[in-house]
Design a protein around this ligand. Structure first.
Ligand SMILES: Cc1cc2nc3c(=O)[nH]c(=O)nc-3n(C[C@H](O)[C@H](O)[C@H](O)COP(=O)(O)OP(=O)(O)OC[C@H]3O[C@@H](n4cnc5c(N)ncnc54)[C@H](O)[C@@H]3O)c2cc1C
Length: 395
């Protein structure tokens, strides 16, 4: 008789590893399939910001756009709590520090936006307020005089992207989860009352078949591609992004820094390096058919690195004196309406997906609600705004 596992998780980024760990804690029989290595893609390449305020890209088009993006706030609030206790529950440090985040304004228009978006966020329950004058200078003496106000959110912070997903994968394995790397899911078929997945071995062994009652898609930028294996449209928008890390320097920035009027995220790692990012683009590679080619590294753009560095040095002048150590690129995914895709796939019993947006920050909340759904329990929050089928309904 063929073995039918309880759950197969597709993808070994932060989400897949968090899912495997949470499900294994619940004694489910889990197989995690990762086509490359654990944490090889966005989850290991990102800036590690735990940002719970609305981000610049969610407000770039004004407050109407921000109101839509704010519908993800229940996920932000849930994730903030989960990150705070994840390391203790797992028994390994994930480098989580939640000492607060500041979103900066350098003129009156940006300050007005901060007041309006903070009011919106407070209406969803986020602890955030705008500070200026002496309070701002005392809170963040490292900021330049060009900064006139900042919205301060005490639960924001950072986590270590190099260690978070691997630690969760180790935790899952300790609890009995079967973590398989170099294992790419290339077909998914219904087989009676369960799913049958064809798995390609990265070392060249013949394809294997794995059977499971439940399938969790945690495939990041490959989500749309995995959706096609099930004949389901899961629209995502890939973004290639740039990061810079400076040499180590004495600790002077305890906060996560973002900006209300430009792409910027800035923080100091636990080792002392400044991590500079915030959405400056890299160039996605395109294949012969005109589709994004995620197998090839995006091209680093000189003007993105320079623009990002200038934005950082303008608001935190000391940044300009610290040499860059390295730059890198990575690819992530957002959705057409900026809200994540989280939930079951209509017409595909036992198949669930989550992706989109700042899914490092939101990963623990995504994983938690998917686990609840897989267990047949009502999720802690209303997921209708994140329904993966919402775009199909518009057609
Ligand atoms: C430069 C950069 C900076 C960012 N900064 C931040 C930030 O500061 N804060 C934040 O919250 N977010 C940030 N993000 C976004 C964040 O990194 C991603 O949203 C998050 O890591 C996605 O995690 P994931 O586990 O869903 O996907 P991934 O980490 O992409 O993992 C998906 C995995 O699925 C595997 N996979 C795909 N298809 C298959 C298949 N068919 N079979 C088997 N395996 C498969 C892939 O190989 C991959 O390892 C940033 C992204 C980038 C690129």
């Amino acid at each position: 008789m063929k073995a039918v596992h309880d759950i197969v998780v597709i993808g070994g980024g932060l989400l897949g590893c968090a899912l495997a760990w949470m499900l294994a804690r619940d004694r489910a029989d889990i197989v995690l399939l990762e086509k490359d290595q654990i944490n090889q893609h966005a989850s290991g390449q990102n800036a590690g910001s735990l940002h719970f305020q609305l981000e610049y890209r969610m407000m770039e088009q004004g407050l109407d756009q921000a109101r839509v993006a704010a519908e993800a706030m229940p996920l932000h609030l849930d994730s903030a709590k989960r990150w705070a206790r994840l390391g203790d529950e797992l028994g390994e440090s994930l480098g989580v520090v939640q000492t607060g985040g500041l979103m900066l304004a350098e003129n009156d228009e940006q300050a007005d936006l901060l007041y309006a978006k903070s009011e919106l966020e407070r209406s969803w329950g986020l602890d955030v307020r705008v500070i200026s004058g002496q309070e701002l200078r005392t809170t963040a003496p490292y900021l330049s005089d060009t900064v006139v106000a900042a919205s301060f959110c005490p639960i924001e912070g950072k986590a270590d992207t190099r260690t978070a997903a691997p630690a969760l994968a180790r935790g899952a394995a300790r609890l009995g989860a079967d973590i398989r790397t170099r294992s790419e899911v290339v077909a998914i078929d219904r087989d009676g009352s369960h799913w049958s997945l064809t798995v390609r071995d990265g070392h060249g062994a013949p394809d294997a078949t794995i059977h499971a009652a439940t399938v969790m898609i945690a495939a990041g930028v490959w989500t749309t591609e995995v959706g096609t294996l099930l004949d389901v449209d899961l629209p995502t928008v890939p973004l290639a992004l740039t990061m810079t890390a400076t040499m180590k320097t004495a600790k002077f920035i305890p906060h996560l820094i973002q900006h209300a009027g430009t792409k910027l995220s800035l923080k100091q790692s636990l080792d002392g390096n400044l991590l500079i990012g915030g959405g400056w683009p890299a160039r996605l590679m395109i294949d012969d058919a005109g589709n994004p080619d995620f197998a090839r590294k995006p091209e680093l753009l000189r003007h993105s690195v320079a623009g990002n560095a200038r934005a950082a040095a303008r608001v935190v002048p000391r940044t300009g004196n610290i040499p860059a150590l390295r730059t890198w690129v990575g690819t992530t995914t957002v959705t057409p309406d900026q809200l994540p895709l989280v939930g079951p796939l209509a017409g595909k019993p036992g198949v669930f997906v989550a992706t989109g947006g700042s899914a490092f920050t939101l990963g623990p909340a995504f994983a938690h609600v998917l686990v609840q759904l897989a267990q047949g329990r009502a999720p802690d929050m209303d997921l209708s705004a994140y329904d993966p089928a919402r775009y199909a309904r518009l057609q």
